[in-house]
Design a binder for this molecule. Structure first.
Ligand SMILES: [Cu+2]
Length: 181
């Protein structure tokens, strides 16, 4: 009697643990971001809805006051201090740069800049349907080893190809499947 009673209870515990770990890995990809001098610049979290919309939530710190471009760049490399190893913007559809560019836009272009306050922190949330974390999708930011999220010195003008005139790269975070927390 005792064995029969215990077995289902153990199974229930094990099943719950396994499914919540799985859900966590898919739901919340959290990427730490660092400045070009290696200082903590906060984090970006990525969540894909069932409808396929990707939400990118930025919580940044230790950055200069003002408006800054944020993009997804093509390679999962953050090589300080210039972060050039991250390559150009993530652009699987071979388009031009800028949400306002008629020939655009790169999949790695985000719809707004982030505003950093006088306390050197800032938050922003972007919801886009042109990026995903779904295996097999051409716009999957985790495919081919992943991508990088990049913060620039200046604002993106949303139209100048290929960079948006955003200036130097000042903070970076590597986006890979193993960034999941
Ligand atoms: Cu960029």
């Amino acid at each position: 009697m005792r064995t029969l009673f215990l077995a289902p209870a153990l199974c229930l515990t094990a099943c719950l643990t396994a499914s919540s770990a799985l859900a966590k890995a898919k739901d919340a990809l959290v990427v730490p971001i660092k400045t070009s001098s290696g200082q903590d610049a906060g984090k970006a979290s990525f969540h894909e809805s069932k409808k396929g919309e990707l939400t990118i939530k930025l919580e940044l710190k230790n950055l200069p006051f003002g408006e800054h471009a944020v993009h997804i760049h093509a390679k999962a490399v953050c090589d300080a201090p210039d972060f050039k190893g991250a390559g150009p913007h993530f652009n699987p559809d071979s388009k031009q740069h800028g949400i306002q560019n008629p020939m655009g836009h790169h999949a790695g272009d985000l719809p707004q800049n982030i505003s950093i306050g006088e306390d050197h922190t800032g938050t922003a949330t972007f919801k886009v349907d042109y990026l995903s974390m779904t295996e097999g999708a051409s716009n999957n930011i985790l495919a081919n080893g992943g991508t990088a999220i990049m913060v620039h010195e200046k604002a993106d003008d949303m139209k100048t190809d290929p960079t948006g005139n955003a200036g130097n790269r000042i903070a970076c975070g590597v986006i890979t499947a193993s960034s999941a927390q």
